[in-house]
Design a protein around this ligand. Structure first.
Ligand code: PHE
Length: 341
């Protein structure tokens, strides 16, 4: 009886295999006949309950059926594999069709502005000098005239790595690095890079942003040189007709200190929301390097004079392109980033 079942099963399996004409059908066939829950397995399970004399011949025949079915399965599988390979080889590729366009990345707006700034200062003799992003308290504050309890530190709160190591809050510590590196030669450098501040993220402030610092040290530099450099920068960056003004300000590391404004390009100086009705937009801080800071960098302030300025490329981009929220820069939304090319 069981031998008869096996013979019928084999016959049926062979017939249906002939009919299967895709690799998927072949796999289904395999599951149906040879799978763990397949028909052959089902029959094999029944062998154990046969009378002893029949068991060995039933086992032998069912094994033969299994081997036979596996063999025809392999043959058919090979047939499909070869066919698939052959079909692929015969596929015609029309090489005259246009290719898929390759998505090309663009420079980040901060990078673009930084590069623009480099190219304005390079012809004036400023070379790029890199400082570390992880700074010591000494460089970020103390050597810039901010001893541990100086109230100005509040403006530059940051992320501390340990008591004496922190993420720099501005690029100004780079002034000290540059002075120590070049002393006693004259200096003309710009120091670009990332800065960090511990503050609430809003449309106007981010915890990470870029700055670019400028430093010139020489024997006959004056405030007039500083103003000349910065007015030229403003004209090249924002257009020839821009008006500029310098306001007195305070930074612990410059004396005197100033801030430079340009006339508001939105309202043309009449007063609007962007310029808070003043008609002016602040673009940078600057000043004459404090004698103590020059000394900290190794220069004798009786012989040398330093000029320094610092600005934020994100702020400059915001003013130049009318961007109303600094958070756009680092939220990685391509709809924003792709507008700058
Ligand atoms: N470091 C100052 C800031 O972060 C800017 C500055 C740089 C001011 C150099 C004067 C001279 O606000």
């Amino acid at each position: 009886m069981l031998l008869e079942d096996l013979r019928i099963l084999q016959q049926r399996a062979e017939n249906t295999l002939d009919d299967s004409d895709s690799p998927e059908e072949l796999e289904n066939w395999k599951i149906k006949y040879l799978g763990r829950k397949g028909e052959l397995t089902h029959i094999l399970r029944g062998i154990g309950s046969l009378p002893k004399e029949e068991r060995s011949s039933a086992g032998k025949v069912s094994n033969q059926v299994k081997v036979a079915l596996e063999k025809i399965y392999e043959e058919k599988k090979r047939y499909f594999d070869e066919k698939q390979y052959h079909d692929k080889m015969m596929e015609r590729i029309d090489i005259t069709l246009p290719g898929h366009p390759i998505y090309q990345g663009k420079l980040h707006p901060s990078t673009r502005i930084l590069r623009q700034i480099y190219s304005i200062f390079a012809p004036m003799g400023f070379q790029i000098f890199d400082g570390p992003e992880v700074e010591t308290d000494l460089y970020n504050f103390e050597l810039l005239n901010m001893p541990p309890h100086h109230p100005a530190r509040d403006m530059w709160d940051t992320f501390y790595i340990n008591k004496k190591t922190l993420l720099r809050t501005h690029t100004s510590p780079g002034q000290i690095h540059a002075m120590k590196y070049f002393c006693p030669d004259p200096i003309r450098v710009i120091l670009p890079g990332k800065c960090y501040r511990y503050e609430a993220i809003t449309a106007r402030s981010e915890i990470m942003f870029h700055q670019i610092e400028g430093l010139a040290v020489g024997k006959s530099l004056t405030m007039a040189d500083l103003k000349g450099i910065l007015v030229e920068f403003a004209h090249q960056m924002f257009g020839d007709g821009r008006k500029t003004r310098f306001r007195c300000s305070y930074f612990p590391f410059t004396e005197p200190s100033v801030e430079m404004d340009i006339d508001c390009m939105i309202c043309k100086g009449k007063g609007c929301q962007i310029c808070k009705r003043t008609g002016w937009l602040e673009i940078l801080g600057a000043g004459i390097v404090h004698p103590q800071v020059l000394k900290n960098g190794g220069y004798d302030p009786r012989v040398y004079c330093g000029l320094a300025f610092g600005m934020g490329p994100e702020r400059i981009a915001m003013l130049k392109y009318g961007i109303d929220d600094i958070r756009h820069f680092f939220s990685n939304d391509l709809r924003f980033l792709e507008q700058f090319c």
